[in-house]
Design a protein around this ligand. Structure first.
Ligand code: SF4
Length: 109
């Protein structure tokens, strides 16, 4: 697989610190880049967050210790999917205090 997408990705000139965040509050600025990105699959293939026990943002998802904490809705990328809506994913536990958005909110504007 080619990783040439990196030079075309919306985050190419962004501060890498934005993508090191696994706290949902702090992840919001990084996720805004992912909203307009067409390379979610390529990004995840490059980083392999699950096998690398990754903490941070990859492929439109917030990862903690290699598990998905939240993800952008692929059908509506301004919507963040968290908690029990995450089906068929290895999910991390989210503490209530980490949820800046309600389960159905379109909060990433
Ligand atoms: S999915 Fe997000 S982190 Fe990955 S290349 Fe696209 S904008 Fe960057």
């Amino acid at each position: 697989m080619s990783f040439n997408f990196v030079v075309e990705a919306p985050c190419r000139d962004a501060d890498p610190w934005l993508f090191d965040q696994s706290n949902l509050d702090l992840a919001q600025p990084g996720l805004k880049y992912c909203q307009s990105c067409i390379f979610w699959n390529e990004c995840e293939s490059l980083v392999q967050p699950k096998s690398n026990a990754y903490d941070g943002i990859v492929g439109g998802k917030v990862w903690r210790n290699g598990k998905v904490l939240a993800k952008l809705d692929s059908a509506s990328p301004h919507r963040l999917v968290v908690g029990e809506e995450l089906v068929n994913e290895e999910t991390a536990t989210v503490r209530g205090s980490e949820l800046p958005w309600d389960r159905h909110g379109d909060v990433l504007s």
